[in-house]
Design a protein around this ligand. Structure first.
Ligand SMILES: [Zn+2]
Length: 409
């Protein structure tokens, strides 16, 4: 194999959503950064390996922890040229490769934004992550050094396999990335009120951004609404009907005073505010590039959207949509990357021992400003203030010296 060939990467087939989701029944070809031929039978590489137990396996529970010692199916072999896209969807071998490929893809995406390698938070104990693609359990779990997947029974028989669900895998790896980047929760001390909710929300965002790296997902999201992503956020409730779970979660309308203390519930305002800022950034880029004409004002201002305004947005995007699709897709990709970069670069400013929602929000803004996106930082403040993540008090205390701090609220 020549050197130039070795640098191309390794092919996998991944489903952007569970294949039971309408429109997502075909996997997409994805390149993983590992050099062609470097991923060994398993699949396995230097940081993770797949194990497929022969007999039905119970979930790990203390004191039963990795590594798996029972009987294992033979490792899944790559194709003769070193790729893993030759496996038949529906086969056990495909399931093994899919789980591995999703983890590798998420690491590729987020290491790109972070600009450094993500080291497992459990590296002192386990050298590599153990991935078990099928266990006898109606759930999935990520624990110290392991990731294992069961299934959701489908009405009328059959199983919706979590190892085929990019969202489930990405969310779990999202937690791992956060443990690595902002540290493990404090030991012996109660965590701050926002830490676990932040973890849940950001893990959902890790998955959302990962999903937006699939061509299939980008095309479907844009073409479905003729590029009008207002249809996907809370404003007209279409988000609740979205096929993509990540959009259903992120397109919510919750404020901090409307959620309880349950961590998933409490994670919604941050996730929703971040998604609003992503959509607003996409709109701003589309206007800036002359693709659409939209009324002035931000998403945060337009909460009381009336039907006229909704129609104005729909008409602006629908006009000549087919001629604008690829340019709007580029706007969405840029908005995705700006927001994801802000989130990833915020982690270096955070510590799980002292994390607060407001602190996390300002860390994103600071990272955006440092990257030259002060206008997007202002959008984030507007969106997260509407969610009551940032209060006027926070702006007074933490906004000092930041751009436009006087007019942030
Ligand atoms: Zn979670």
């Amino acid at each position: 194999m020549s050197d130039s060939k070795a640098s191309i990467g390794t092919r996998f087939l991944l489903y952007p959503q569970s294949p039971t989701t309408p429109g997502y029944d075909k996997p997409e070809l994805v390149w993983i950064s590992d050099k062609q031929g470097s991923i060994l039978p398993g699949p396995q590489n230097a940081r993770m390996y797949v194990v497929d137990p022969v007999d039905p396996k119970e979930p790990y529970e203390y004191p039963f922890l990795p590594p798996f010692h029972g009987a294992k199916a033979p490792p899944v072999e790559p194709s003769p040229d070193g790729h893993f896209d030759h496996l038949q969807p529906g086969s056990r071998a495909f399931l093994c490769a899919h789980a591995f490929g999703c983890v590798a893809r998420i690491l590729d995406v987020w290491e790109g934004y972070l600009g450094h390698r993500i080291n497992w938070h459990f590296a002192d104990t386990y050298e590599r992550l153990e991935i078990i693609p099928h266990i006898d359990w109606e759930n999935a779990q990520s624990g110290y050094g392991m990731l294992e997947f069961g299934f959701r029974p489908i009405a009328g028989g059959g199983e919706d396999l979590y190892a085929l669900n990019f969202d489930v895998i990405a969310h779990e790896i999202g937690h791992s990335i956060l443990f690595s980047e902002i540290g493990m929760p404090p030991v012996g001390l109660p965590p701050g009120p926002d830490l676990h909710a932040y973890h849940e929300g950001v893990s959902d965002l890790v998955s959302l951004i990962g999903m937006l790296h699939f061509d299939t997902a980008m095309d479907r999201l844009l073409r479905r609404g003729s590029g009008n992503l207002m249809a996907l956020n809370e404003l007209n409730r279409v988000a609740e009907l979205a096929d993509e779970r990540q959009i259903r979660i992120a397109g919510n309308a919750r404020k901090m005073t409307e959620v309880g203390h349950e961590v998933h519930d409490r994670s919604r305002p941050f996730t929703g505010g971040f998604f609003d800022a992503l959509v607003q950034t996409y709109h701003d880029l589309a206007v800036e590039r002359g693709l659409v004409e939209l009324p002035h004002g931000s998403i945060a201002d337009a909460r009381d959207i009336d039907q006229d305004l909704e129609q104005t947005y729909a008409r602006a995007f629908e006009a000549d949509y087919d001629l604008k699709h690829f340019q709007l897709k580029a706007c969405l990709a840029d908005a995705r990357d700006i927001m994801a970069l802000g989130l990833a670069k915020s982690w270096g400013r955070l510590d799980s021992n002292s994390l607060s929602y407001a602190g996390a929000a300002f860390a994103v803004c600071d990272a955006l400003q440092e990257a030259g996106h002060g206008n997007v930082a202002d959008t984030v403040v507007e969106c997260l203030a509407w969610r009551e993540i940032i209060t006027p008090y926070d702006v007074h205390m933490m906004g000092q010296g930041r751009s436009r701090s006087a007019v942030w609220i």
